[in-house]
Design a protein around this ligand. Structure first.
Ligand code: ADP
Ligand code: MG
Ligand code: ZN
Length: 548
């Protein structure tokens, strides 16, 4: 069959089997490449329609399509859905009885199935390799391919074997790797592993125009949930919390107030979990409260909101979970409830993990970038797109930063105090010490280190230490300060901060609970007058001379 015929056939299958009129952006290009036998990396946002990128070619190509997929529950759902559409598909995994497995293997050899789903562990099994050598493989699709990369947020060692396994394969099927969360590093890794060059990477970008992102700070989370759920009556939503205990508590609280809700976490047995999942997917309940164990590969199109009760550890994880809202393209909301405690908890978990130092360092960095998302003044969608390497300057116009009603206030002087403190202590300390100096803390350690002598000591004494720490977070999110190192990162000034110190740039932040208006007392005023004088005379003093 020639190229055009194949494409036309693909188009027909789309209509006759799935009932869709046209391919989405990216789908057509990826499918075209696959039908031409070109190995491809496909990057599309969650809900973008990655499954069709291999399911349609599977129906057009002469041989079998092998789908490598990370989760057993996910395989079953996909195969059930395909079976309902009369597409011959099956899966092999450890949940099958010996006789069931034998039966499926026989049918595979008879050429009955067009699609076979397996977990990566299966590829190493001798018996399975033998089976594959007896059938004609047209396509190998690697779903959730970011699991192959150590730089991904969900690295799975079993995925590492895929690359070597492919190299030893006696046949030469086309390879398609799919993911929604590839940072530039992850994409490089995939290219190296699969020997795929730049031109064979098809990315539709990561933007989800139908999602509205919101970050809520300094709120009572329980109260927020109560009023939010009431306002969303009967709409379908997910609330993610970070621990089983927290899931149970929210679940308890909401069911007592009569909300139609189920819980889902790793402490429940498999049957309980699948009951919860089914109830949610089939709209028997409106809400599911879950840990991150829930959701990968779940295709529920009408989720109207995703709330993160706690901070996720990485932007990738956040975007993937939040992205489960609005798969049908309808307007949907993603709300993240921020508290400083959650950052500490996540940092503690990283510290306690038995990962090696390099890995821990990377995880701290990712956590820092996730925290910066909560403090940035930039458009939230844009922040995420930048994170994934898309340098757009477009703003979404509807996230909680784009439509913030709060006034922007000038915090240049306070920022200068922070920067001076950092500079005067020669960039040797982290957020805690810097904020202790500024609030004039009586902590003995400051005395011992002679930090009470720093000229900025106590300049922000009307602020709480927590407020200063959050202000520093904002300054980091806006690239004035850069964290260095890992467990106890020290803070360094960026070029932007130096410009602020020199009076060449001003700092505006949105008024929030974290930046309460400071009462100016005489001490502060005196030190500031000096500073203003120096800055207004435009003297090119080195930054560390300010406040002397
Ligand atoms: P993901 O990229 O997250 O794996 P899925 O493959 O699960 O996304 O698809 C998400 C949703 O989009 C599904 O409900 C699917 O049926 C739908 N979809 C995919 N392609 C199209 C299309 N061309 N037209 C309309 N809907 C589509
Ligand atoms: Mg998918
Ligand atoms: Zn925005």
């Amino acid at each position: 069959m020639d190229r055009n015929n194949r494409l036309q056939l693909a188009q027909e299958k789309l209509k006759s089997i799935y009932g869709y009129d046209s391919f989405r952006e990216g789908q057509r290009t990826i499918i075209e490449q696959i039908l031409n036998g070109t190995d491809t990396i496909g990057i599309m946002p969650t809900g973008g329609g990655k499954s069709l990128c291999y399911q349609i070619p599977a129906l057009v190509l002469p041989g079998v399509t092998l789908v490598v997929s990370p989760l057993i529950s996910l395989m079953k759902d996909q195969v059930d859905a395909l079976t309902e559409l009369n597409v011959p598909a099956t899966y092999l995994n450890s949940t099958l009885s010996a006789s069931e497995e034998r039966q499926r293997q026989n049918r595979i050899e008879e050429g009955y199935y067009k699609l076979i789903y397996v977990a990566p562990e299966r590829l190493d099994q001798y018996q399975f390799q033998q089976l594959l050598s007896r059938i004609n493989l047209s396509l190998i699709a690697i779903d959730e391919a970011h699991c192959m990369s150590q730089w991904g947020h969900d690295f799975r060692p079993s995925y590492l074997t895929i690359a070597t396994w492919l190299e030893h394969l006696s046949q030469n099927p086309t390879i398609l790797a799919l993911t929604a969360t590839a940072t530039p590093e992850v994409c490089k890794d995939l290219q190296n592993f699969l020997h795929i060059n730049e031109r064979q990477v098809i990315s539709t970008g990561f933007e989800r125009t139908n999602l509205t992102f919101k970050v809520k700070k300094g709120i009572n989370k329980k109260k927020f949930i109560d009023s939010y759920i009431t306002s969303k009556k009967k709409e379908s939503g997910i609330i993610y919390a970070s621990t089983r205990k927290e899931v149970e508590q929210i679940f308890q609280h909401l069911s007592e107030s009569g909300v139609s809700v189920v819980a889902y976490h790793g402490g429940m047995n498999e049957q309980e979990r699948s009951l919860s999942q089914e109830a949610f997917i089939h709209d028997k309940v409106d809400l599911i409260i879950a840990t991150n164990a829930f959701g990968m590969g779940i295709d529920k199109s009408n989720v109207r909101f995703v709330i993160h009760y706690n901070l996720p550890r990485t932007v990738e994880a956040y975007y993937q979970e939040a992205g489960r809202a609005g798969r049908d393209g309808e307007p949907s909301e993603c709300v993240l409830l921020f508290s400083l405690q959650d950052v500490r908890t996540q940092a503690f978990l990283i510290e306690q993990s038995d990962r090696n130092a390099i890995r821990q360092e990377m995880e701290y960095k990712k956590l820092q970038q996730m925290t910066a998302f909560c403090h940035t003044e930039r458009c939230l969608q844009q922040y995420i797109l930048h994170y994934f390497g898309d340098d757009t300057n477009k703003t979404c116009g509807k996230c909680s930063n784009c439509v913030h009603t709060g006034e922007k206030v000038n915090k240049t002087r306070e920022a200068q105090m922070v920067f001076s403190t950092v500079k005067r202590t020669r960039e040797r300390f982290g957020k805690t010490i810097i904020s202790q100096i500024l609030v004039g803390s009586a902590n003995q350690k400051l005395k011992q280190l002679q930090l009470t002598d720093v000229t900025t000591y106590g300049l922000l004494k009307t602020w709480s230490q927590k407020d200063v720490a959050e202000f520093i977070d904002i300054l980091m999110a806006e690239d004035y300060l850069a964290p260095m190192g890992t467990t106890y990162p020290t803070i360094q000034l960026t070029e932007k901060a130096v410009q602020v110190l020199m009076g060449e740039q001003e700092v505006f932040v949105t008024e929030t609970v974290t930046t309460v208006q400071r009462e100016e007392n005489d001490d502060v005023f005196e030190a500031l007058r000096e500073l203003r004088k120096e800055i207004s005379t435009e003297s090119r003093i080195p930054p560390y001379m300010i406040f002397s």
